[in-house]
Design a protein around this ligand. Sequence first.
Ligand SMILES: [Zn+2]
Length: 635
Amino acid sequence: MTRIYTCFPEGKYKALTLSYDDGKITDRRLTDILRSSGIKATFHLNSACLGASEGHRIPYITEEEVKTLYRGFEVASHTCTHLTMGRTPSAENIREVLKDREKLEELCGYPVRGFSYPNGVYDSSLFDLLKLCGISYARVTGSTGRFDLPDNYMAWKPTCHHDHGLLELTEKFIRTDYDQRLMLFYVWGHSYEFELNHNWGLIEEFAEKVGHRDDIWYATNGEIQSYLACARSLVFFADMRGAFNPTATDVWLNVDGQLRIVRGGETCYFNREAAASVKHSANGTGRIFSQVSENTPSPERGKDFHVITIPSPSGSGKLDAKLKAWRDSRPPKSEGNPYYVLGEPIGDMRDNMDQPSLDISAGVASRKDEICGVPAWICEPEHQTETEKAGRPCFLYIHGGSFVGGTAEAFLNVCRYISQKSGALSICIDYRLAPETAFPDNIFDCLKVLKYLRACGHYVFDRNRMYLGGDSAGGNLALACAQLDYRESGKKKLRGMALYYPVTDLTMEEKEWTWNLSDYEGAAQDPEKHCCQSLKGFEPMILKLYVQERAGKENPLVSPIRTPDFSVYPDLLIASAEYDYLRPQVEAFAGKAAAAGCSVRALRYGGMNHAFAGLTGIVDQARELLDETADFISR
Ligand SMILES: [Zn+2]
């Protein structure tokens, strides 16, 4: 019998949320504390009180600052004027809620659907009234002292007020290791209480203890309510072989001890046999089903490590049909560019590296620039407001090309699409190539740009949301950059890295992984066989042209798989391709990073070969991977 449990996102079973009322200026300090600990919260505001200071010991925040102050959090209603409901006429209650929603929505730009009862006063006649006003959940006061999900979202009672055993409950929440049920830790209060009671230290200690943990889902009240509503909307097959997700939110399940993601709008089959029995539609999007691979060794630590295999629409065990057709249409390799360096035909190598891609983005502006002397392509969504620009992430991309070739322009379509989907400022750079420029100067080019972007105000983005990306050799350079960036300050300043089939091992010792053609399903014949082997034996050439004996091949800047301490790396998104020579070393690197405690999301794209990410508009999986990347940097 199949046993299915609902999980929070990423397979977690613990969630934390906070709910703070009234919108006083002390929210400024509270949002700072929460933001720096990665904790999410909902703030319930009285829109008619915004800006008021006279007669109040602690003034209200102003309308102008609502959007920026609460960015990344949820703004919800608390009635317009802090009306105590229950002894007031229904029409007045309705007016107070709708007027508050309208004003707050005008300030924030999204529908406001949360509520908390002013002074905690409510009765059951208000439940339907609030629902008719478009409210999906309403918080009451008091403390349950428990970590339960609510039975009634219209009278959602928190775990505790922050003055009622907060730190003891925090200890208990962190210590509990019982994944049979979903746990929600829900804290409420008013930020002005910290000021009046001189106990800001309490919430700081709480944030320090409970923030930035891999096993907790940090969410706003509304995100929790909405995620669980989506999870409840899943439509299961009668024999539990799979489920259809009619919502737009991915839902995570534990199916017989294995994690499964049921993607929004798609049907997920829980095992290979069920999937194989289904005919794939010819116009499928590529994400017919997603599942966590059974044959991937699970690391000892690193709870976020999942290899998610994404089969090609043409079926598993062979090259994707669109990719095959594209390969077949390629002109033969050109020869005759007489540019040789160190005895190697660099001209021909470079000429044969171009990969035409199509622009699948819309509403994105791109332009050429130069950053610290490094040529760059700058991409950003058109028509972003100054506030949106100040809050957006920055995605710095380092292109691949075996260290000797490739251009930023070839990845312009990749960066444009990521900017469109995530709102990020995306920058792709032309670092100097080997062999004319050798290790470590190529890394220094990238690091110089990274540091400049962070230090200088010329490009507007949120300095706490800096991401580094790269494919193949570019992934290797990105990992080296991250090591040096950490070494300088002893701190992880990058928020995350998106690495597409990065070169992680040039030692040729295969200590952490082994390569066998027989490990690739269906690769006994071409074209799969050719794809698996196309990079085989490339290492001596790279060492000769790129490293040029300036470092040992075991140096972690050359072979990041030998990184002595993986805690230098931020959160990682790592993609591998089924028919890529590098796949074993890429997945071994992901496993090592996860075992060392890094947060890793590892994706294996079925039917793909090396360098598929750049084939935007040609293979669907390129867009899939860029969608994943946009999700990753939008967090
Ligand atoms: Zn209140």
